[in-house]
Design a protein around this ligand. Structure first.
Ligand code: 0A1
Ligand code: ZN
Length: 850
């Protein structure tokens, strides 16, 4: 329920809690609608605190009894928590509360999913379980007893006792309450084992519902690989006797790193070749690694307050990206990450929701689990590593773990280990954490008297609450190519620290061609006016795989913009360059598949807007269709060879080599479908023996406005499998033609299998509507109205998922006056809904700029 006046919390107001916690003992008596939670918590005054009010957070709790040192007390209780007088010395707080997990649809705190009890406490969910100082700087050991008649009863740490109808768990590592977890259900274990480098035997389990046993093997192997990698690369060893992962169907996010008991959205862990795509496998491997890596970056060293969220998330995303690069292809991963950053983080950073990597205020912290905190946060660490070098990075990390183990830290602590390791002053670098907005780097070149000069300018547009921007430290990796394509200067990192700076290169025989921002060395927008001939040259010759891909991407973008603005024909430099790359069998198939990608419609809308034009979603859609058709014709003769290169010998494996081939095969099939009307795709659908091929073929058919029979057959084949059904729902919305999209989405919401209270299913339909650019932005506003209807309906049930989806409207000011007015009206309708959640109300008012 909405507060009368929503309160804003500020980083600058941080003060430590007046008490420290020595130990927590919890007892759960599970019952669907009346679970009793008894707590026994040993507090002591915090010598570092000045403020001594004893306030415990607590929401939606029925307080049964409370006592201090055994004597009953009557606290002052509000809907946010309680206060009570306490002694000025160590004391024992005991309380009993009753909660209703069976009616908890928000999926925060203790809730039920398909008969199973589970928890989600990050960020502030523990306060829905019992009264507690629910803040990450209060750390304690926990002992948990669970009484319940379900066969599997789990909590954090190591098992310390069990009997008929009960189990006890003890977590020896002090942790904040957000890492607490409990699971109880009729679950089956997929077991595994790992011996750490110092010889500790760890029992591993992946717990799933009966029926899902066949989807565990991949996740378990990913976990073992992650454990080994963190030992090898970061020297980090696991620190408990058991590591449990549980798959849950109803979950707001991907997964959660609770100490020793990770809880996963089933879509982020369950996989089999028949039901999961290559992309699913890769995502699962990355998320398992991410949650596992949190054991050190997040759990052993946690955050002082939620403003420091990027301390654990940026670093852990950076670590999981390193892991994926090592397990798969580093250039392919880097390109994927740049695509993802531009698609999700740039719109955030350049619109009304823009906020620094370390925000300075919030109303609802759940609204700050963003691409900026996570992905830009990881980019900032990548830049730091590039600036100080690999050895210094490794030393700084060792120091970080040594100095801060067991602590709740800040970004200042993090920066300090780098300063202490390198002697470098990182004051200016810290602006990456405080300044929002994407820097734009403009390049100009000069060649005179044998000296080649690159002049780099940086500027960042104003963002909400930040009008004046200061120069940031931007590592710009640059290499220079000679006329024959040889590298005349290897990659070096230019440090751009001023608003404008020039860098000179001497000893060159002729004006070189620069390759700038290699490996996407900084999360910036590069503005470099180069001819298409130069781009084509880089597409053919650049030795940096990222920039070679980028050259193709820039050519594609340039031709699309000219097709949209000037009604130009598809550019020959682009088509010829692409053909040459596709012909090059020395290039990894995955890489060639990426070369066939195009900027997204939404990215093109952003580019048009930045150039002072009003994007027309239908024109963008048409340009992409036209370019695709032209590409298909241009590479037609090569398609049979690409199809044969995509063939895989032996059984399906979701590894980089095979999935790269299939990615190339899918791209080739999509082009072939434009030429043969779907004949090959229909055949491929019939022969598909794995989900990657099946789904590729089906999407080609749907895009060609065919595939009705296949769609029905797919439903019959997979209606028992909820994760595959999410794909069935999502694909129809994603592949619908622009005019049809709102209607398709609307009718899918009427489908008997549309369980809108399940976040995965909701996102499959309503989220896919928001992602289908031309469909969402239909001129009559049908897409906007449908999304708003569902936001209003979901909000009282699940505020978190509702609030996240509001960001579909974040780009509303890019569009024409009619569309703006239609979107503004829908946003206002949401904003004016009675009893709107704090989550959604904050999002909508930020988007409206209110
Ligand atoms: N810490 C998790 C993400 C996460 C955050 C919030 C959640 O509920 C509000 C759930 C998960 C991670 O980074 O994986
Ligand atoms: Zn994380």
């Amino acid at each position: 329920m909405r507060d009368a006046a929503p309160t804003t919390i500020y980083l600058k107001d941080y003060t430590p809690f007046g008490y420290l916690v020595n130990s927590v003992h919890l007892t759960f008596d599970l019952a669907d609608h009346a679970t009793r939670v008894t707590s026994r918590i040993a507090f002591r005054p915090n010598p570092d605190a000045t403020e001594r009010t004893f306030f415990l957070h607590g929401e939606d709790l029925a307080l049964i009894s409370a006592s201090i040192n055994g004597a009953e007390v009557t606290p002052d209780v509000t809907d946010k928590g309680l206060t009570v007088d306490v002694p000025d010395e160590p004391f024992i707080w005991e309380a009993e509360v009753e909660i209703d997990p069976g009616n908890n649809t928000a999926l925060e705190g203790l809730y039920m999913s398909n008969g199973m009890y589970c928890t989600q406490c990050e960020a502030e969910g523990f306060r829905k379980i019992t009264y507690y100082p629910d803040r990450p700087d209060v750390m304690s050991t926990f002992t948990v007893r669970i009484n319940g008649d379900l066969p599997v009863l789990l909590s954090n740490g190591n098992p310390s006792g069990k009997g008929e109808g009960w189990a006890e768990w003890t977590d020896p590592w002090p942790k904040p309450a957000y890492l607490f977890a409990l699971v109880a259900g009729d679950l089956i274990a997929h077991p595994g084992q790992f011996t750490t480098k110092s010889g500790r035997d760890v029992e591993l389990n992946l717990w799933v519902r009966p029926g899902d046993e066949g989807k565990c093997a991949f996740g378990m192997e990913a976990l073992k690989k992650s454990m080994k990698w963190d030992e090898d690369v970061y020297g980090r060893e696991y620190d408990l006797d058991v590591f449990n992962i549980v798959a849950v169907d109803d979950f707001n996010m991907g997964a959660m790193e609770n100490k020793g008991l990770n809880i996963f959205n089933s879509s982020a862990v369950l996989a089999s070749p028949e039901t999961s795509t290559d992309a699913n496998f890769e995502r699962i491997e990355a998320i398992i690694a991410h949650e596992y890596f949190h054991n050190w970056t997040g759990n052993r060293i946690t955050c002082r307050d939620w403003f420091q969220l990027c301390l654990k998330e940026g670093l852990t995303v950076f670590r999981d990206a390193q892991f994926t690069s090592d397990m798969r292809s580093a250039p392919v991963k880097r390109i994927h990450d740049a695509i993802d950053l531009r698609a999700r983080q740039f719109p955030e950073d350049n619109g009304p929701l823009s906020h620094p990597v370390r925000p300075e205020s919030f109303q609802e912290i759940n609204n700050f689990y963003t691409a900026t905190v996570y992905e830009k946060g990881a980019e900032v660490i990548g830049m730091l590593k590039r600036l100080v070098g690999d050895d210094a990075y490794a030393k700084a990390l060792d120091l970080y773990f040594e100095r801060h183990d067991g602590q709740a830290c800040t970004i200042e602590d993090w920066i300090k280990v780098f300063e202490d390791t390198t002697g470098r002053d990182l004051t200016q670098f810290q602006r990456w954490y405080s300044q929002s907005g994407t820097p734009r780097v403009t390049v100009s070149e000069n060649w005179a008297d044998g000296i080649y000069t690159l002049t780099l300018n940086q500027r960042t547009e104003p963002t909400p609450g930040q009008n004046e921007k200061q120069p940031q430290v931007i590592p710009v990796a640059v290499g220079l190519l000679g006329a024959n394509g040889d590298e005349v200067r290897q990659t070096e990192v230019l440090e751009l620290t001023e608003a404008e700076q020039s860098f000179q290169f001497t000893g060159l025989a002729a004006k070189p061609t620069p390759s700038i921002l290699r490996d996407f060395s900084a999360p910036v927008i590069l503005e470099h006016d180069v001819s298409n001939a130069e781009r084509a040259f880089l597409l053919a010759h650049d030795t940096d795989p990222f920039n070679r891909w980028q050259a193709g991407r820039s050519l594609a973008q340039d031709t699309l913009l000219r097709m949209i603005l000037d009604d130009a024909a598809p550019d020959a430099d682009y088509l010829d360059g692409l053909l040459a790359v596709l012909r090059d069998v020395d290039l990894d198939p995955a890489y060639r598949a990426l070369m066939l990608g195009l900027p997204t419609q939404s990215e093109l809308a952003a580019s048009l807007f930045e150039r002072g034009h009003t994007p027309d979603p239908m024109m963008i859609w048409t340009a992409i269709e036209t370019l695709r058709q032209a590409t298909a014709q241009h590479v037609q003769d090569l398609l049979p060879r690409l199809h044969s290169e995509a063939l895989v010998d032996g059984p399906y494996a979701p590894d980089a080599a095979q999935s790269g081939k299939r990615a190339l095969g899918s791209a080739a099939l999509a082009l072939t479908t434009r030429l043969d009307g779907g004949a090959m795709a229909a055949e491929a659908y019939g022969n598909a023996d794995n989900m990657t091929l099946q789904l590729t073929a089906l999407s080609c058919l749907l895009r060609a406005r065919k595939g009705e029979a296949e769609l029905a057959a797919f439903y019959r084949q997979w209606q028992h499998d909820r994760l595959v059904m999410d794909k069935w729902f999502g694909l129809q919305v994603a592949m619908a033609g622009p005019e049809a999209t709102p209607g398709v989405a609307q009718s899918l919401t009427q489908h008997a299998d549309f369980n809108w209270k399940n976040p995965n299913r909701f996102r499959a339909v309503v989220g896919a509507l928001a992602m289908n650019h031309a469909g969402f932005h239909q001129p009559d506003g049908a897409g906007y109205a449908l999304l708003a209807d569902w936001l209003i309906r979901l909000d009282p049930v699940n505020p978190q998922t509702t609030a996240r989806m509001c960001s579909a409207f974040q780009t509303w000011k890019r569009y024409d006056a009619d569309r703006q007015e239609l979107m503004r009206a829908q946003l206002s309708r949401v904003a004016e809904t009675p009893n709107l959640s704090r989550d959604t109300s904050e999002m909508v008012s930020r988007i409206l700029g209110a």
